[in-house]
Design a protein around this ligand. Structure first.
Ligand code: DGP
Length: 113
């Protein structure tokens, strides 16, 4: 079992409901959904946060593109949705494998908590 929970999901060793899979990215449903659609999009390779992901050629783009593809698949692309990278302790990041939260299916409020 890998030490990283999301590496375990990528490897198929931790169960998850996968929504889309790309060569370098995977999208799966959040175990504790905060909206009717709450999907996490991650790179298959381990990077700790969005800044580390952005340092890799094209991979951040693939994560964002796959999130939009999930929104289309879920039928929320017209109504709108939110993409979030929680980063670090005060940013609310609890899993140290970078993940984009795709949230939608209800109106979002601002400011976030
Ligand atoms: P964050 O707090 O931004 O690091 O988000 C981590 C998210 O990961 C949180 O919304 C809950 C989700 N999560 C934690 N453990 C699991 C798991 O084992 N499976 C799935 N599908 N999601 C998980």
């Amino acid at each position: 079992m890998p030490e990283c929970l999301f590496c375990g999901i990528v490897a198929g060793e931790v169960p998850a409901t996968k929504v889309l899979e790309g060569d370098r990215t995977v999208a799966f449903r959040d175990v504790n959904p905060q909206a009717p659609t709450h999907v996490l999009v991650i790179p298959r390779d381990h990077y700790p946060d969005a800044a580390a992901l952005a340092a890799v050629g094209g991979l951040l783009d693939e994560v964002v593109t796959q999130a939009h593809q999930v929104a289309v698949k879920e039928g929320i692309d017209d109504s709108g949705y939110r993409m979030v990278f929680n980063t670090g302790r005060e940013g609310g990041q609890t899993v140290g494998h970078v993940h984009l939260h795709l949230l939608g299916g209800r109106p979002m409020t601002w400011p976030p908590g």
